[in-house]
Design a protein around this ligand. Structure first.
Ligand code: EPZ
Length: 418
């Protein structure tokens, strides 16, 4: 069983290039199904969530090739299929194929994406959006099928679900007439999807706001698009550097959509300086506790940084509290950090951290992507050797995390520990 071996206690120092955004490329890949002509996506991260979504598309006749960060997608022979659990269950991005195939072919079907360790992750809001566009849904044990000629209209989201907003956009682009999606998620990845679609010929107004007006029916053409940097990976690498007392120059991002992360960093005494396309962080003398931090939809502090922030604050003298308001069971990092010597408790939706202990190396188990990244960060700061299992989760969203940290001076390698 593969895992990551780390000997901690070394300062991370140096310069790395940030990968493209995982949560932007997944909806954009789904959107490529709507494009008549070749789609080229530059700065595409080579991560397993992308590889798995490409396999799902391949099963529907959509060919692709990913070489040196450049992804080419050819959807000319796309055919509507029912995506079984071998595809739907693996990556959350797969659920976006419903909106894309429904939009292009008037029909789509998929096994339930299912929950994961961070939460049940239902798709009721996605289904609600399709129904509001007059699609007919059939739900069974196998999964959900959606059919029908989509009609634009007023779509009100009771919660700014990122995925439901993205599925609504994909369907509305192909629907007859004008759709107005209100209560939409405003995450940068949603904005990036809208920018991609507009470049392909879609008519979308209100991009970046919670009210999107989409005029359907335009034929979308092939397009070449360059992804922005992954803001969560950026926050992860900056945070890990601070935990080791080092210094990093992160190239390939201006950090324009990282205010929620930077605000939490400065509350913890971590300051960053930003340039045109890079972010520099010099670790503070000491990390400060944060009395109360809440995860929230954009532009709030992102839930995808919660596990990493828990690890950072485990080094801060004093008590911190983080309230997880987005996913009901995103607390996998707590028991594993405890093994490493952190004084951290999970009380309901709140994580209480009494920081200040030195972390020590341990064998720990990641059960989800961001827990894995947080445990690697903690192991880099800990004294002694750690073995982090669950690197297959980390590979879902981090392009070669070991190589990146080795470039920054870490003693880290993938290994096959029995
Ligand atoms: C996206 O997931 C991201 N994934 C997640 O990133 C991210 O944490 C999340 O948005 C919130 O920002 C991708 O973009 C591939 P939601 P998504 O719909 O779309 C509930 C990572 O680590 N909900 O905004 O699934 C849901 O259960 C991943 O990169 C419903 O109840 O998130 C959750 O509690 C993790 N019914 C909340 O809304 C629905 O139909 C937020 O979910 C849909 C969602």
């Amino acid at each position: 069983m593969s895992c990551i071996r780390i000997v901690g206690g070394r300062k991370l120092e140096g310069e790395v290039m940030l990968q493209g955004s995982k949560n932007a490329v997944l909806p954009i890949l789904a959107a490529s199904v709507l494009c008549n002509g070749k789609v080229v996506i530059k700065r595409c991260p080579n991560i397993s969530d992308v590889r798995e979504l490409l396999q799902a598309l391949d099963s529907a006749g959509i060919k692709s090739s990913l070489r040196d960060g450049e992804l080419e997608v050819d959807t000319v022979n796309a055919t509507p299929i029912f995506f079984g659990p071998e595809y739907a269950g693996k990556t959350r991005g797969g659920v976006l194929l419903l909106g894309a195939f429904l939009g292009r072919f008037g029909e789509a079907g998929m096994a339930y994406p299912g929950g994961c360790v961070i939460g049940a992750r239902p798709i009721d809001l996605h289904c609600k959006v399709f129904r509001m566009m007059q699609a007919k849904l059939k739900e069974s044990e196998e999964g959900v099928t959606v059919k029908g000629k989509l009609k634009g209209g007023k779509i009100k989201l009771p919660y700014p679900s990122v995925g439901a907003t993205e599925n609504g956009i994909l369907a509305a682009v192909c629907a007859e007439g004008v759709s107005v999606i209100s209560g939409a998620a405003t995450e940068p990845e949603v904005t990036e999807l809208c920018r991609f679609l507009r470049k392909a010929g879609a008519k979308i107004r209100g991009i970046g706001t919670s009210v999107l007006e989409i005029t359907g029916g335009s034929r979308l053409h092939g397009v070449e698009y360059t992804l922005t940097g992954d803001r969560i990976v950026a926050g992860t690498y900056l945070g890990a550097t601070a935990m080791t007392g080092g210094e990093i120059l992160l190239r390939g991002t201006e950090g324009v959509c990282m205010k929620g992360i930077f605000d939490s960093f400065s509350a913890a005494g971590l300051s960053v300086s930003r340039n045109r396309d890079c972010i520099r962080l010099h670790a503070p003398g000491k990390i400060l506790p944060i009395k109360e931090l809440k995860t929230a939809p954009y532009p709030g502090f992102p839930t995808d940084m919660q596990s990493q922030m828990t690890a950072i604050l485990s080094l801060a003298e004093g008590e911190s509290k983080i309230y997880e308001t987005v996913f009901e069971s995103r607390f996998g990092v707590v028991p594993e950090l405890k093994k490493m010597g952190a004084d951290v408790q999970n009380e309901g939706r709140c994580i209480r951290i009494r920081g200040g202990n030195r972390l020590h190396g341990e064998t720990v188990y990641a059960t989800d992507l961001r827990t894995g990244a947080a445990l690697v960060s903690a192991a880099l700061a800990a004294e002694g050797e750690s073995i982090v299992y669950g690197d297959e989760y980390i590979d879902r969203g981090y392009e070669d995390i070991c190589k990146t940290f080795r470039l920054l001076g870490a003693d880290i390698s993938e290994t096959d520990e029995k």
